[in-house]
Design a protein around this ligand. Structure first.
Ligand code: ADP
Ligand code: MG
Length: 607
């Protein structure tokens, strides 16, 4: 058969689409209530708007939305006194799926002053009613003068019926006849909890069971200038009743190039398990959407609490789409910037207060700096380093502070740190004798933070205070005179090697200060980091690599001199073992049989 050229339209059969909508429109069936209540709120906002534009001159009346449950009749009704619909409008807005009246309304009125505050956007929300109802009725009367009330009914097929109705008041009742398989929704507590979840902050009063369930002007919609600290704290308690007071907060208010309002709270971080429990809530025009804000909020700020409200975030799309969405990216960047600015401001205006909070907020700041280069650039001016004396410094201040005394022969400044002041005390004390400063970097993120600092700070090394003997830790190129001859050194090295008999030790005789230990054992910084990396699962190739410790024999120590001169082999061995064990002990490396032997040997001394 020959093909003749033809153009045409692909036809979609609504009968086939309907079951798909019913099943897949939303994975969560309870959403139907959010959609219908949102539509009722939209209808109420629209009439308000027409009234303010002078296009509706009648009484606005009591603009509230009422949800009614009739368990006996198996119905849920959502009623409003909003704009209503004529029969023509029902045909246009309801019968044509995916033709969103909300979009059309906003288009039409967008240039006439303030934003219309309309929730709907997709033209599919109404049909979510069929996820739970076997029959849906609309009884509605338009605000337009002389409008005839209309009734629409459909049983979830593509067939519908429109007749005139008996309705005096302006507005709409949506009556859902709940299907057998959705009986769970014919429950007062269930409805209550769904309304609470999605509607707690809707802008029009929502009444259920005789009570208004919402707060129509939540804190984030107000102007920061009108709010006091108490207001923010009270709102926080409302959102997270179980949480301690937050440290501080940021009130977001953006209208260009996208719309976003919200309040982000910095919580007190007690332990990490706590962190993700109370999440940031995402709203769109005061309708709760989700507390899965991944992709919308930068990763490192997911630890914050609070609310974000933006009509510019696409809501009914998949995660992967969200990631690629340009608005979401902008929002992400903007939130990062805002948080950075706020922290900087806090630092500038109240340095003392900032320092007091730093143990808590340091975690966010460091996390941000590690994961986000832009944030690093902002935070490098206010992120603080704390030393073992409890003093705080900015990066620049710290460099100034240590530069004179801690610059090595290659002109690099060395920042010394401890990640365990208790265990590394002896090394910290040695450093202090040289008037070196030691940073305390013992937090969960600090090993990553250290790497980030090294990558970013120029001509700066970070070394753990026990990474080397004191003079090599910051190598200033000064060679200490040794009291020993080369032959004596060689002989010492060989006897230690023979006695300790451990191929993972790299033994050398060094000229250390007289008051240092006779023997010092260290694990070089690079080797410790590789070991840590392989322990953390990364860099498997280093897993097999044997760890070699440096053992420095202090040529200037009197005990070493004694060992050198000792003629009795047993005594010599005893002294070598004893001095080596002391070195191990000072690094918390002495354990098991070796520790027991050490204890006995030491006790023997008292005999
Ligand atoms: P959307 O809200 O995204 O526009 P919906 O499917 O939820 O899509 O609703 C379709 C349209 O039906 C709305 O835009 C509105 O014009 C109309 N509509 C729905 N519910 C009501 C209501 N309670 N009062 C007036 N109009 C309504
Ligand atoms: Mg809608």
């Amino acid at each position: 058969m020959a093909i003749t050229g033809e153009k045409g339209n692909i036809s979609i059969h609504t009968e086939n689409i309907f079951p798909i909508i019913k099943k897949f429109l939303y994975s969560d069936h309870e959403i139907f209530l959010r959609e219908l209540v949102s539509n009722a709120v939209d209808a109420s906002q629209k009439i308000k708007r027409l009234s303010s534009l002078g296009e509706f001159n009648g009484e606005l009346g009591d603009l509230k939305v009422t949800v009614t449950l009739d368990e006996a009749a198996k119905t849920i009704t959502v009623s409003d006194q909003g704009i209503g619909m004529t029969a023509e409008e029902i045909k246009k807005y309801i019968n044509q799926i995916a033709f969103s009246g909300a979009t059309e309304f906003v288009e039409k009125y967008k240039d006439k002053g303030q934003d219309a505050q309309i929730i709907g956007n997709f033209g599919l929300g109404f049909y979510s009613a069929f996820m739970v109802a076997e029959k849906v009725e609309i009884i509605t009367k338009s605000y337009q003068e002389g409008a005839e009330p209309a009734r629409w009914v459909s049983e979830g097929t593509t067939e519908f019926e429109i007749t005139t109705a008996d309705k005096q008041e302006r507005g709409t009742d949506i009556i859902l006849h709940i299907a057998e398989d959705s009986k769970e929704f014919l429950d007062k507590f269930r409805i209550q909890s769904i309304l609470n979840k999605y509607g707690k902050f809707l802008p029009v009063p929502i009444e259920f069971d005789g009570k208004v369930i919402n707060e129509t002007a939540p804190l984030w919609t107000k102007s920061p200038a009108d709010l006091k600290d108490e207001d923010y704290l009270k709102f926080y308690k409302e959102l997270y009743p179980m949480s301690e007071d937050p440290l501080f907060w940021i009130h977001l208010n953006v209208d260009y190039p996208f719309n976003l309002t919200g309040i982000l709270y910095f919580p007190k971080v007690k332990n990490e398990l706590h962190l993700h429990k109370d999440k940031i809530q995402l709203y769109s025009r005061q309708v709760f959407i989700t507390d899965e804000v991944k992709d919308v909020v930068p990763e490192f700020l997911m630890l914050l609490h609070g609310v974000i409200d933006s009509p510019d975030i696409p809501l009914n799309v998949s995660r992967s789409f969200l990631q690629a969405d340009a608005n979401v990216k902008k929002i992400n960047t903007h939130i990062t910037k805002k948080v950075g600015d706020k922290l900087h401001e806090l630092f500038k205006n109240d340095r003392k207060g900032f320092e007091d909070k730093f143990d808590h907020i340091g975690l966010f700041i460091k996390y941000g700096m590690i994961t986000d280069d832009k944030f690093y650039d902002k935070a490098k001016d206010f992120c603080l380093l704390k030393n073992t004396e409890g003093q705080f410094f900015t990066f620049n201040e710290y460099r100034e502070h240590v530069q004179a005394n801690q610059t090595d022969k290659d002109d690099s400044v060395t920042f010394l740190y401890t990640n365990d002041p208790g265990k590394q005390d002896r090394y910290i004390q040695s450093a202090k004798k040289r008037v070196y400063d030691v940073l305390k970097l013992d937090g969960v993120l600090d090993s990553h933070f250290i790497s980030a600092l090294e990558r970013k700070l120029e001509k700066t090394n970070l070394k753990r205070v026990d990474a080397d003997t004191i003079d090599k830790l910051i190598d200033k190129g000064i060679i200490n005179e040794s009291v020993l001859s080369e032959d004596e050194k060689k002989s010492l090295k060989e006897t230690f090697e023979a006695t300790l008999n451990n191929k993972n030790l790299n033994i050398a005789v060094e000229s250390l200060p007289v008051d240092e230990l006779p023997v010092v054992i260290t694990l070089p910084e690079f080797m410790r980091r590789m070991k840590e990396m392989s322990a953390n699962g990364g860099m498997a190739m280093f897993g097999e690599m044997p760890v070699t410790y440096n053992v420095a024999i202090n040529a200037n120590h009197s005990l070493i001199n004694r060992i050198l001169k000792e003629q009795d082999e047993t005594e010599k061995t005893r002294l070598i073992r004893q001095s080596y064990d002391l070195a191990l002990l000072s690094q918390n490396m002495l354990s098991g049989a070796e520790l027991t032997a050490f204890i006995h040997r030491t006790l023997d001394l008292t005999k």
